[in-house]
Design a protein around this ligand. Structure first.
Ligand code: SF4
Length: 378
């Protein structure tokens, strides 16, 4: 198949859905005792709701929406630190747009901008580099955020700043990695996950082998998937087939895009610029070992944590979630977004209380956009 329409072909989708139903019956999946498949990536969550796949698959299959939206898992304390950075008179804070509305304790970046902070939305860290070149008398700080998908471009911007000797550019690094939270979820006895649909974009960078431990150590299947309806349905079928045949393997449904060993140029940039933090806080999940990246000391001149004495370590301030916010329970699949008492009441995309309602990849925002708003109104 070459064109997107072919991955949305209704007849082909119906055929895969029938095979999924047969397989689900074969392994005894029922609504009372479902097969629980976690899609890790927020892009997959969005696609599942956009195409109504959760309603189309056999009722014995339950999608659990994982912590794969980087904006959603950013802890409130880091938003606060970013707001404080942006409020410094000498700073221009450059950020992707989806981080603007994430609530902090005092305010979001959007509110800080309304209050006079110099915050610019950019489409790439290279735009932030250009801002630094054009504003030599200001400190330009890029809000580095995201999984392995965006980590390399931030690394390249730091390498470029180092090459140019651009001393007024730095990165507030909040990059995180996918495998450690999966391990944390698998170690949680309450999760009861039967398999995973693995992230497509992240895997373009890291390849499929960082997930080997899921099959080897936990005996769970994982299938790296694309983002079209047929990609996702095929991946669910592949997970079910592994369960039915007693296998636990890492399979690659998205081989047209994901190389087995990832992207060597991106991996080299990541290894050059970052090192793992001993642990990093995830909103709703708590501290997870070696799940965050920090900038190596050799690049300290471009590290906003070093430059502005922010740091991340013992004694740091941990901020509780707002009263009534159930983001952690949603992110770990314990409840559905519509089960949160705030859904559609104290929390909407216009006035988000929790981060899952902010980003388009957040589970609550996806529910809202594709039927949740109607459900809340009813
Ligand atoms: S509805 Fe809002 S508060 Fe509730 S889980 Fe979703 S984002 Fe969090």
């Amino acid at each position: 198949m070459k064109y997107a329409e072919e991955f949305r072909d209704p007849a082909a989708a119906r055929a895969v859905l029938e095979r999924i139903a047969t397989m689900a019956d074969r392994i005894g999946a029922t609504p009372e005792s479902p097969v629980r498949i976690m899609e890790i990536c927020g892009g997959h969550t969005h696609a599942i709701f956009r195409y109504g796949l959760d309603k189309l698959v056999h009722p014995g299959i339950e999608f659990i929406h994982g912590p794969g939206c980087p904006v959603c898992v950013l802890p409130m304390s880091r938003v606060d630190e970013c707001v404080a950075l942006a409020e410094r008179a000498e700073v221009i804070l450059a950020t992707f747009g989806d981080a603007m509305r994430v609530p902090g304790t005092r305010k979001s970046l959007l509110q800080a901008k309304a209050d006079g902070a110099d915050i610019r939305m950019v489409y790439s860290p290279l735009d932030a580099l250009e801002l630094a070149r054009r504003n030599p008398d200001r400190e330009v700080v890029f809000f580095g955020l995201g999984f392995e998908t965006t980590t390399p471009s931030t690394a390249l911007s730091i390498q470029q700043a180092a090459r140019e000797g651009l001393g007024n550019f730095s990165v507030f690094c909040n990059h995180i990695t996918v495998p450690p939270p999966i391990k944390a979820l698998l170690d949680d006895p309450h999760m009861g996950l039967d398999g995973f649909v693995g992230p497509g974009h992240v895997s373009m960078v890291i390849g499929i082998h960082p997930y080997d431990f899921i099959a080897r150590d936990y005996g769970k299947p994982i299938v790296v998937a694309g983002f079209e309806p047929l990609d996702l349905l095929q991946s669910v079928l592949m997970v079910l087939d592994q369960i039915a045949t007693g296998r636990a393997e890492v399979e690659n449904q998205y081989a047209r895009v994901v190389p087995e060993h990832g992207n060597p140029v991106s991996l080299a940039a990541i290894a050059d610029v970052y090192e793992p933090r001993p642990s990093f806080e995830w909103r709703g999940l708590g501290e997870i070992e070696e799940s965050g990246l920090r900038i190596r000391p050799v690049y300290a001149a471009w590290d906003a944590e070093a430059k502005f004495a922010i740091g991340y370590g013992a004694g740091r301030r941990v901020v509780a979630e707002p009263e009534g916010c159930a983001c952690g329970a949603v992110m770990t699949g314990r409840i559905k977004p519509t089960d949160c008492p705030q859904f559609g009441r104290g929390c909407t995309p216009e006035m988000p209380l929790g981060a899952l309602m902010v980003s388009s990849e957040g589970a609550c925002a996806a529910y809202w956009q594709y039927g949740g708003a109607r459900a809340a109104a009813e």
